[in-house]
Structures are given as structure tokens and as C-alpha cells.
Design a protein. Structure first.
Length: 294
């Protein structure tokens, strides 16, 4: 059986709304991808509202049966979206078995260190002696391939005290919470405003044998504090949530998702209550750490 991906070049469109409408058609799946280079891609939700997936910055790809006439699909799309023209597009065809191989090929074993690796559920090689985290890719950011995630994982592996309580603010796939539990945390909690990410994180938590608590808002845990708090979010959001993290942090704070030239600005935003310092960096990204002022 053959399938085809149809990439649409829409203009002035909010693609989340478009995706919801397009599912009314005979479409198998809708994927929204960032047009930016990976270093500048926006994977993260803003503090209070999800990111905007606009056609200026993102593209939308439809998966349909190869038998679905492209012209009819485009006409249906134009009518459904009330467009006055047929959008520009590109088509890529592939076999069914090629699609499964392609999908799984995008996520293979990721070695973080000699003591830690990330694998997908379909990975078969069990010759690894260290900690193994199983992540099923989904809506949540973080499978271990991005420098910010690797920086956080390496910090946890080396510095997370045993029996710490751990909070992952902006948990995405749940990978950091899962790593914390594997590395000896007494409890881990995750926060994410995207319900799809929370669903993915809960799924990944169970894959690794844990029952980690995930919440949609930090207000649900506003009366709690955690020994170690980690936030792997873009710098502008980190600056906005400084006061929120202050109330949640009991001992130490780890921040990533920060580009080199944003370091001083983030440190300044937190200087009232914690002394942050540059701990490590990879490519253009850095990790900051700090302990509460006495």
C-alpha cells in the first residue's frame, strides 16, 4: 500500500485551528513542523498560554491514502477553510513499510553518558550497563536529542542528591522526572500547560515503571516546595516565571533552554533570591545552577 504526505503552504493561518478543521476530512494524520533551524525553533509553551503555531513560522503536513486524489483534497481544503484560492503544496509518496521504518528511524538509541541512555519502546539492544530511560515520542518535548535536554540529564546524573524531591517545570515528555526517579529521587513531579504533553509524560512514566504526578498548572502545587527544581524552557519564559519558581524551590535550581547570549539577562532576573552561575554548555546552549541564598 502507498501513502502520501502533502505539505501545505498556507498564509496568515493559525495552524492548530487549521489542523482541527482538516481532521473533518479523510486524513490519517496532521503534523505541524517548525520552519526554523533547530537552534532557533520554539518547542516550548509560554508561561500561561500555548505557543502560536502560525503559518509564517510553521508548516502543516497531511498524511493521506495514495488513492485520495490530490486535486479533490485541495479543493476540499479550500472549501473547508473558506479560501479564495487553492494553496500551494508539495507531495511525497512512500510505501507503508517505508513509513514505519522512517518513523522509528527518527528516534534511535541516544547515549547520554556511559551511565545513561534514552531508547524508544521498539529498541531491541539490551547490552547497556547503565540507567535506561524509555521514551515514546509524542506531543511532549524531550527525547534526549536536544542539547538542553542532554545538559539537564548530565547534571542530574552527576549532582542530584539521593532522596531529593524533584520538580520538572515544563516537563514535556516527562524525561527529566523519569531520570530523577531512576537516579534516586524520593519523588518527582512535573508541570506542563499542554494537556497532550501531560498525557505523553504519564505514558512514559508508566513505561519506566513509575507513577509520577503531572499537573497542568503550578497553582495545583502552590503550597509545596521541592529540594531540586529544574526548568528547561526558553529564556523569556524563565524570566517571567522567576517568582513562581522562588516559591517552589527549597534548595537548588537548575535552568536550561538558554542561549549563550541570554545568560546574563536570566541570571539578573533571578538575582534577588538566588545566585545562579554558568555550569555547563553544549553548542549554543547553557545550563545554569544555583543554591538558595541563606
Amino acid at each position: 500500500m502507498y501513502w502520501k504526505n502533502i505539505t501545505l503552504n498556507l498564509k496568515e493561518s493559525e495552524l492548530k485551528e487549521v489542523a482541527d478543521k482538516l481532521m473533518e476530512l479523510d486524513i490519517l494524520s496532521v503534523t505541524i513542523l517548525d520552519k526554523n533551524i533547530p537552534e532557533r525553533s520554539n518547542w516550548f509553551d509560554e508561561n500561561k498560554t500555548p505557543i502560536t503555531l502560525h503559518s509564517d513560522t510553521h508548516k502543516i503536513i497531511l498524511l493521506v491514502n495514495e488513492q485520495y486524489p490530490t486535486k479533490k483534497l485541495l479543493d476540499d481544503i479550500s472549501n473547508l477553510l473558506e479560501l479564495d484560492h487553492v494553496p500551494k503544496y508539495s507531495v511525497k509518496k512512500f510505501k507503508d513499510e517505508d513509513w514505519a521504518e522512517y518513523t522509528q528511524g527518527q528516534f534511535k538509541e541516544i547515549i547520554i553518558s556511559e551511565k545513561m541512555r534514552i531508547i524508544p519502546p521498539w529498541h531491541q539492544n539490551n547490552d547497556f550497563k547503565g540507567a535506561t530511560i524509555t521514551i515514546d515520542p509524542g506531543s511532549g518535548f524531550g527525547i534526549g536529542s536536544h542539547p538542553t535536554t542532554r545538559l539537564c540529564l548530565k547534571w542530574l546524573e552527576e549532582y542530584l542528591p539521593n532522596n531529593d524531591s524533584f520538580l520538572d517545570f515544563g516537563t514535556g515528555s516527562g524525561i527529566l522526572s523519569i531520570a530523577a526517579m531512576l537516579l534516586g529521587a524520593k519523588e518527582a513531579t512535573g508541570i506542563d500547560i499542554d494537556n497532550r504533553a501531560i498525557k505523553n509524560a504519564k505514558h512514559n512514566s508508566k513505561l519506566n515503571g513509575f507513577d509520577i504526578s503531572f499537573y497542568n498548572s503550578h497553582l495545583e502545587i502552590s503550597n509545596q516546595s521541592y529540594d531540586t527544581v529544574c526548568a528547561n524552557i526558553l529564556s523569556n519564559i524563565l524570566i517571567d516565571i522567576s517568582s513562581d519558581l522562588k516559591h517552589l524551590t527549597n534548595k537548588r535550581l537548575i535552568l536550561s533552554g538558554i542561549l549563550n547570549d541570554q545568560t546574563d539577562k536570566v541570571i539578573s532576573a533571578y538575582s534577588e533570591w538566588i545566585d545562579l552561575r554558568l555550569h555547563s554548555e553544549e553548542e549554543d546552549w547553557v545550563l545554569l545552577e544555583g543554591k538558595l541564598k541563606s
